[in-house]
Write a protein that binds this ligand. Structure first.
Ligand code: AMP
Length: 284
């Protein structure tokens, strides 16, 4: 097991990234908000295959949380995260403080338009602006050649790709498949918010997506019919509160009526304090 370095300041990160680049090393970045689980670990594994040095950032980004959201209570366990990263062969943890990232007088934002109006956009109005701003700052500090994101946050991945294209950022974006619990629930740091009763019902997100998948396999091409089937299945769970159930074009994220080409089935459902998202993509 190699030595794991923890960096907490932007200047230290710049210096270290410059040294790695000067040595000809390919830098891979896995951005996270910590409280790591199997989903994050599979991203780290993928980053290791794609680079010589893996940097895992741990930063709970206040800018991407709404005023009523869970910034103050977001779970964390830094010691445990560091051990997990070390066990996975990560080389470096970049864990700046909120003050380091957004000092007094901070005034700059990066916002991707259009794509952010769909899916999670309406319920989380400033969320993606916070995401694209922090990802830009992480790219600037870590100077990665490649960054690995998760398909679980499908809209985030599409938005970040668009940002990288539009701003000519020299970072390759890779997207790793969603890692699930044995019962299908997508792994998420927020799953700890679920009560035992909510936890039992939460796999319904996956079950609804599986139902959509089988309808499509049987030849159904009307988005409204598939959405209705998913909605009904979710609504049958007493703790579930649907935020959205959508079928969108996987590239521009606009809702589709007829299923063809690359389509993304995406949903967001609240269970008590937890807002869970999940999705799957098919090409028809
Ligand atoms: P987070 O710490 O929740 O902000 O997630 C950090 C990264 O891990 C994002 O790129 C997520 O898409 C990814 N991720 C989170 N959960 C999963 C999962 N269950 N499977 C794959 N990737 C995930």
């Amino acid at each position: 097991m190699g030595d794991l370095k923890v960096i907490q300041t932007v200047s230290d990160m710049h210096r270290t990234a410059d040294e790695m680049r000067a040595s000809g090393l390919r830098i891979g970045l896995v951005p996270t908000m910590g409280y790591l689980h199997g989903g994050h670990l599979s991203l780290i594994r993928q980053a290791r295959r794609a680079s010589d040095r893996v940097v895992v950032s741990i930063f709970v980004n206040p800018m991407q949380f709404g005023p009523q959201e869970d910034y103050a209570t977001y779970p964390s366990d830094f010691e445990r995260d560091v051990k997990l990263i070390q066990g996975m062969g990560g080389d470096l943890v970049y864990a700046p403080s909120a003050k380091e990232m957004y000092p007094e007088g901070y005034a700059t934002y990066v916002a991707v338009e259009r794509l952010t109006q769909h899916l999670c956009g309406p319920t989380r109005p400033r969320h993606f602006r916070g995401v694209t701003t922090v990802v830009t700052k992480l790219f600037a500090a870590v100077k990665p050649h490649v960054a690995v994101l998760g398909q679980k946050d499908a809209q985030q991945a599409v938005v970040v790709r668009q940002m990288v294209r539009d701003l000519d950022l020299d970072v390759e974006i890779r997207v790793a498949p969603t890692v699930r619990e044995a019962d299908g629930l997508a792994r998420s740091s927020r799953n700890v918010y679920l009560s035992p009763g909510e936890r039992r019902e939460a796999p319904v997100l996956y079950q609804a997506l599986q139902e959509a998948r089988s309808l499509v396999a049987q030849g159904e091409r009307r988005a409204a019919v598939v959405v209705e089937a998913m909605r009904q299945r979710i609504a049958a769970r007493p703790h579930a509160r649907i935020d959205y159930v959508c079928v969108v074009n996987a590239e521009d994220l606009r809702p589709v009526e007829a299923l063809s080409g690359a389509v993304l089935f995406a949903l967001a459902v609240r269970f008590g304090k937890a807002r869970l998202i999940d999705n799957f993509q098919v090409s028809l």
